[in-house]
Design a protein around this ligand. Structure first.
Ligand code: ADP
Ligand code: MG
Ligand code: MG
Length: 248
């Protein structure tokens, strides 16, 4: 059973401190929703955990099953079982979805998957997400709609089977049908109970489909309130106003 532990994490961009001491433990089989207003530092948390070079850890620790993630390269973090679905996925010109995913699986597993098995897994993943087969030959994120980008992120989840998945606003910009497909994908992924999910979102909408075990509210670089699923309902009714007033 895997555990991601974040202890007193402080993160700066340039000389501006953005995360001001974040504590969070994510265990396998649990889904944590990170909610909060725009600019509160949610994406910064995701990037810092994933090892984006722009984000400087000034103090604190992040471990996965006791191993120091902050000491690892981005690749090593992925091999250790960490997955990040970015809020704004990047285009990779000249690289097809199918080649990209096969390389990603190879990098994470340490050996290339058998072509036939991979083709089978890819097809079933795409079928699950209601993705047309022609999608596999397109270049990664090039001209993708918002919904296609997010489905592609969930397809990666299905194929890579990480120990901890950090999903940054995977729900943003999705219409209701796409939201349902993406949510079902997340639910399939977490059903094994072997993986922890950090679901970052600004809106409560996705939490109707993906029920969190815990909800944490971010404001100004800190967790300012924590609770169970009922906290998401409170936020749905009351918004973030109470938190932004306190923190500004
Ligand atoms: P959220 O995801 O909650 O909307 P972010 O983590 O994107 O918040 O941003 C938190 C704060 O950090 C904001 O004030 C934002 O302007 C700043 N910030 C984040 N990333 C960068 C960056 N790469 N360069 C400069 N400022 C940044
Ligand atoms: Mg934002
Ligand atoms: Mg963000």
């Amino acid at each position: 059973m895997s555990t991601l532990e974040i202890r007193d994490l402080h993160v700066s961009v340039g000389d501006k401190e953005i995360l001001k001491g974040v504590d969070l433990t994510v265990q396998a089989g649990k889904t944590h929703a990170i909610m909060g207003p725009n600019g509160s530092g949610k994406s910064t948390l995701a990037y810092a955990i994933a090892g984006h070079p722009k984000y400087t850890i000034t103090s604190g620790s992040v471990t996965l099953d006791g191993e120091d993630l902050l000491d690892m390269s981005v690749d090593e973090r992925a091999r250790a079982g960490l997955f990040l679905a970015m809020q704004y996925p990047v285009e990779i010109p000249g690289v097809s979805v199918s080649n990209f995913l096969r390389s990603a699986v190879t990098a994470v597993q340490g050996e290339a998957p058998k072509l036939r098995q991979f083709a089978k897994d890819l097809k079933s993943g795409m079928d699950n997400l209601a993705i047309d087969s022609a999608f596999a030959t397109r270049n990664v994120n090039e001209g993708f709609s918002g919904g296609e980008k997010k489905r592609h992120e969930i397809l990666q989840l299905e194929l890579l089977k990480p120990k901890v998945a950090v999903l940054d606003e995977t729900d943003s910009g999705l219409d209701v049908d796409a939201l349902r497909v993406v949510s079902e994908g997340v639910n399939r992924f977490r059903a094994s109970g072997d993986t922890g999910v950090l679901l970052i979102t600004h809106y409560t909408r996705i939490l109707r489909y993906v029920k969190p075990d815990f909800v944490h509210v971010f404001a100004a670089g800190r967790i300012v309130e924590e609770g169970g699923p009922e906290l998401a309902e409170k936020l749905e009714n009351e918004g973030y106003e109470a938190y932004t007033k306190v923190s500004s």
